[in-house]
Design a binder for this molecule. Structure first.
Ligand code: NOJ
Ligand code: CA
Length: 680
């Protein structure tokens, strides 16, 4: 018997209840929760058609009986929410949180029983749900061995998925696969797919705190099972007493861009816990960085040492002259000599090399109005970092450093920690231990008014809302792969990231490579596989509150006209709209700058990128304010541009436009367009 929700409301122990349902505020999404299957289950429909079929809920534990069979619904509570909140920085300032909530409590009598609640939230753009396990007898010490959550994809045999493998040595740094959904093996989230009706869905999680990261394991065709990355001892999650899991999220839309224009992940995170965060500053930076990746410099000491006082001053001069806020310096601290990848034990985070005078650079930076940006590479030896962390952040705070890039270069499963008995253990980057370790660094840094940009991170799950000093991270193949050519990122990489990795949050991709033939060969396998215009478009497409101009100063000075766009583009936005796109093919964004520092808050920007396919895209400018005039400063692929043989053919044009106009963007193969709409 299916009881309508209304009948269930107000019943505190409706042991006869079998189904509970909830709908999104606009009625498009329906979630049905049931205790009629072997284990409690849920399903989701969108516009009347199933998207997720009956899918299991529950847990297995090491000591206790499973939360699986025999649990029945005993209580349902529903509520409606409609509020707004403000981001201190972000892709938009005001976020609307409108959803309906249903908390469903399951119980099974002792001795094999227990109780837990699953809280569901139905938004117009998708669903979030989490488990809440209250304090109860016999559950003082909990070791979760398995989360039973499933995502049984409706029409899986006709769906296409875009995904990267999980539990690999290269963490999240894989080229994305496009396959029939049923060929997706163990996959990371965000896991994006499209079904036969053209409905786009992305499965991910929000507020991953003190829990293992979830990957998706397709054990039976079409059914993706939550698979928690375990500790080195095989246990998935260790808890004491009551706990909540992260939110499991399912973004749903008619169009691919609906996934991008959704704020579910942020809405399911807790509000800012840091109070006044005016010290967290979006901005642009340059750095002693690309030179190491293209072998002009070394991180370690010697003739080619990049991180010298002299070189840093040269970068500070450049930054000051062209309006950058900071200079990242890598390789400044003792420990890089030898094979730093395997040397995590010997890094000092407080002792500079002799040719790097941090006190003098602090003074010089203040004089120039440019901040040093800190760098801590741990090579995955997190105990060594933990032991020095307080001193390391204190040194940087004293040195006027307000942003630190951290690094956890180590193969997946090879993070080294020394346990309480002095034994070395090897952990995954996305297990519970590291989830806590990354957050610890962010929390401690906040005490020193330092923002953290994590490389080789845990995936983003929206914690920037709670900890706004977690300003960016890597967590996908960045520009650096184009220097190494192992192989470089393919032309479809950016329009792929936009609908997958970027749904999670900002990425420190490090755009802006102007010299594509740094290896001298003029070939196409060891360079960015893009046009110059596409490198500019990245500043709008790849959202991050901190953006690097990653190339060497001399390469910017060689192309001052193109460089002007990087100087003009902001990194903090009042509004962002994904206007058009298809996963892995192309994407177009419009963003309005937020008023801060030198930005008036009146200009709009547009970024468009395509894959290996040249294409023209007609865009209505109706996002601009009606009746206002703008000068469109257009940086586009020239008529002969193509990424392989003619990447530098860039055309810069100006025209006056209004909201009533349309623009036809012509993108070359792996090309792009970047536009500043300067308010007149
Ligand atoms: C990998 C990071 O992604 C890169 O940006 C950095 O230069 C190296 N690690 C060294 O820390
Ligand atoms: Ca990396």
């Amino acid at each position: 018997m299916r009881l309508p929700l209304l009948l269930l409301l107000g019943l505190s122990s409706a042991c006869f209840a079998k189904d509970a349902t909830i709908q999104s505020p606009n009625g498009n999404i329906t979630i049905t929760i049931s205790d009629q299957q072997a284990t409690p289950s849920y399903k989701i429909s969108f516009n009347g058609k199933d998207v997720i079929e009956n899918s299991a809920l529950g847990f297995e534990f090491k000591q206790q009986a499973a939360f699986a069979e025999g649990f029945t619904i005993t209580d349902v509570n529903n509520s409606q929410h409609n509020s707004q909140w403000q981001q201190p920085w972000g892709e938009r300032q005001t976020i609307i949180d409108k959803h309906n909530e249903l908390a469903v409590t399951f119980k099974k009598p002792a001795p094999q029983g227990g109780t837990y609640t699953v809280r569901f939230r139905a938004f117009n753009d998708g669903v979030g749900f989490r488990y809440e396990v209250p304090k109860q007898a016999g559950f003082e010490n909990i070791e979760i061995t398995k989360e039973l959550t499933e995502f049984a994809i409706s029409g899986a045999d006709k769906a296409t998925a875009w995904w990267i493998p999980a539990r690999g040595w290269n963490r999240y740094e894989y080229v994305y696969n496009t396959t029939p959904l049923q060929q997706a093996a163990l996959a990371h989230t965000p896991f994006t797919f499209k079904n036969a009706d053209g409905v786009h869905v992305s499965i991910h999680e929000a507020a991953l705190v003190d829990y293992a990261g979830m990957v998706l394991n397709q054990r039976r065709p079409g059914t993706l099972q939550a698979d928690l990355t375990p500790w080195s001892d095989g246990v998935a999650v260790k808890k004491h007493g009551a706990f909540n899991t992260p939110w499991r999220t399912i973004q749903i839309g008619d169009k691919a861009v609906d996934l991008i224009n959704s704020d579910i992940i942020l809405n399911l995170n807790e509000p800012n816990k840091l109070g006044d965060v005016s010290w967290v500053k979006p901005g642009k930076y340059v750095g002693i960085w690309w030179g190491m990746h293209i072998n002009e410099n070394t991180w370690g000491s010697g003739e080619k040492h990049g991180a010298t006082t002299k070189e840093t001053k040269r970068y500070m001069d450049f930054a000051a002259k062209y309006g950058f806020d900071g200079v990242l310096v890598e390789g400044w601290n003792i420990g890089w000599d030898g094979d730093w990848f395997f040397n995590g034990d010997v890094f000092s985070f407080t002792k500079p090399y002799a040719d790097f005078d941090i006190a003098e650079l602090t003074r010089y930076g203040k004089e120039k109005g440019v901040q040093l940006i800190g760098h801590h590479e741990t090579s995955g030896n997190v105990t060594n970092y933990r032991n020095q962390m307080e001193d390391a952040y204190a040194l940087y705070e004293k040195s006027n450093v307000s942003q630190v890039k951290t690094g956890y270069v180590a193969d997946g499963g090879n993070i080294k920690r020394i346990d309480e008995n002095g034994i070395a253990r090897h952990e995954w980057h996305d297990g519970q231990f590291m989830v806590n370790e990354y957050l610890h660094s962010v929390q401690l840094a906040a005490k020193h008014k330092i923002s953290i940009n994590t490389h080789e991170p845990i995936k983003d799950t929206g914690l920037r809302r709670t900890y706004p000093n977690w300003i960016a991270r890597e967590g996908a193949r960045g520009q650096e792969f184009n220097a190494w050519g192992t192989p470089p990122n393919p032309p479809e990489h950016i329009p792929m990231l936009a609908f997958t990795r970027m749904l999670a949050g900002p990425m420190d991709f490090t755009p802006g490579i102007f010299d594509m033939s740094f290896n001298g060969s003029g070939g196409d396998t060891n360079r960015p596989q893009t046009t110059l215009a596409k490198q500019l478009a990245l500043y709008v497409v790849m959202y991050s509150p901190i953006q690097m101009a990653a190339d060497l100063p001399r390469n910017y000075l060689a192309k001052p006209d193109a460089f002007k766009f990087i100087q003009d583009v902001p990194t903090d936005w009042q509004q962002s709209i994904a206007l058009a796109g298809e996963v892995g093919d192309y994407v177009v964004f419009a963003r309005k700058e937020r008023k801060r520092d030198n930005y008036s808050g009146n200009d709009w920007f547009l970024g468009a990128v395509t894959d290996e396919q040249a294409r023209s895209i007609e865009i209505k400018l109706d996002f601009l304010e009606q009746g206002k005039k703008f000068e469109a400063q257009i940086y586009r692929d020239g008529n002969k541009a193509q990424w392989k043989n003619n990447p530098y053919d860039l055309k810069i044009e100006k025209r006056i436009v209004t909201a009533a106009d349309k623009l036809t963007l012509k993108l070359a193969t792996s090309g792009g367009t970047a536009i500043r709409f300067k308010a007149l």
